[in-house]
Design a protein around this ligand. Structure first.
Ligand code: ATP
Ligand code: MG
Length: 215
């Protein structure tokens, strides 16, 4: 199954969510590959830092959008899950990720600015649906706090897009930033609350995968 983690906005948590979901799935026992489409190749470098005693993850760097489909389909044959870590640029790559994915996760930060820029992504998504109308997509709220009123109203505003929203949300936690340099997921780190969020995310994604009959 191919899971695209994408949003045209930079710094919303695409890489953080891709890495942590990949680790969560690997700990359930699935064979997982991350396809890193960002020019910074953060996920590629992160996998390089993983210690040998952690569940194995493959990472492949790919910045040529024309080869995405072929490469992802090839990798899909040998893996249970392909997680595509998206690029923030308004490029052809973004459309290709949308079209190549069996499931899209759209990370978003709960701010007015991020919701406004969502419109651009949404237009891309709608265009892509002219080619393939069954592209299941879910928003994923990152750095969320239910104590902040603005964050709660974000949830309401996002409903207008007619896209689902994952129940799981990541809070703002230092563990996410710290593990981005150690090659670990927070599942493998010292913050039990962060780990619980990743377990919840993994379970929710597996439920969706079951509903869509991928597992
Ligand atoms: N829930 C969180 N709590 C704390 N820090 C976070 C959280 N999510 C992401 N970060 C930090 O925010 C920064 C941006 O996150 P990340 O790199 O995952 O975003 P991105 O969408 O992949 O960015 P880009 O568009 O540049 O690829 C990183 O430094 C990351 O460690
Ligand atoms: Mg990134």
């Amino acid at each position: 199954m191919k899971i695209g983690v994408t949003n045209l906005k930079g710094g919303v948590g695409k890489t953080t969510i891709s890495q942590n979901l990949a680790v969560g799935l690997a700990h359930v026992g699935y064979k997982v590959c991350i396809v890193d489409t960002d020019r910074n190749q953060n996920s590629l470098a992160w996998v390089g830092e993983r210690s040998d005693d952690l569940p194995n993850l493959l990472a492949v760097g790919l910045t040529d959008s024309k080869s995405l489909n072929k490469m992802v389909d090839q990798l899909d044959k040998d893996h249970d899950f392909i997680v595509i870590d998206g690029t923030p640029s308004l490029s052809e790559m973004s459309t290709r990720i949308i079209l190549a994915s069996d499931l899209l996760l759209i990370p978003i930060l709960p701010s007015g600015h991020d919701i406004r820029s969502m419109q651009l992504f949404f237009e891309r998504y709608e265009q892509a649906k002219e080619f393939r109308d069954d592209i299941p997509a879910y928003f994923f709220l990152n750095q969320f706090s239910d104590k902040v009123k603005l964050h709660q109203s974000t949830v309401e505003l996002l409903k207008d897009f007619g896209i689902g929203m994952l129940k799981t949300k990541f809070r703002r936690r230092i563990a996410y930033a710290e593990t981005s340099i150690t090659g670990q997921g927070v599942y493998e780190y010292s913050d039990p609350k962060a780990k619980a969020e990743v377990v919840e995310l993994t379970t929710e994604v597996l439920d969706i995968a079951k509903k869509l009959k991928f597992i």
